[in-house]
Design a protein around this ligand. Structure first.
Ligand code: SF4
Length: 119
């Protein structure tokens, strides 16, 4: 079976063709670099994504947050359910861990920017 993908690792967006046999990637073509082949193999076996979103502060503002590494794509809804329950106490520093091992993954949810209290 052939699967066509667009590599999302860098802005070049190479068109990748992946050969899959018996659930395993046997060949990747169209990639300009090794990162594209690695992406294609990961995407076909277990897609991963960095979650980038916002979380609420205790005073009703929203701040940008993200996971510090990619999480399995199938956990994104569970991750968002945890993010939506958060009420962040201020001040908060960029890189502060907000939720450790979000949704049981290896990733932590972290603040993407500094936020002071009452500004
Ligand atoms: S294959 Fe390499 S060069 Fe092409 S989009 Fe992916 S990372 Fe960029």
């Amino acid at each position: 079976m052939k699967q066509e993908l667009t590599c999302i690792v860098c802005p070049l967006g190479c068109a990748l063709t992946v050969e899959i046999e018996n659930g395993e990637v046997t060949e990747v073509s169209g990639n300009t670099c090794k990162r594209g082949a690695d992406y294609a193999r990961q995407e076909c076996v277990r897609p991963m994504r960095v979650l980038t979103t916002t979380a609420m502060t205790e005073d009703g503002r929203v701040i940008p947050v993200r996971t510090d590494s990619a999480v399995p794509k199938e956990t994104l809804f569970d991750c968002m359910a945890e993010v939506n329950r958060v009420k962040l106490h201020l001040p908060i520093k960029r890189g502060s861990v907000i939720i450790k091992h979000i949704a049981g993954t290896d990733a932590d949810l972290i603040a993407s920017k500094d936020i002071e209290r009452g500004i």
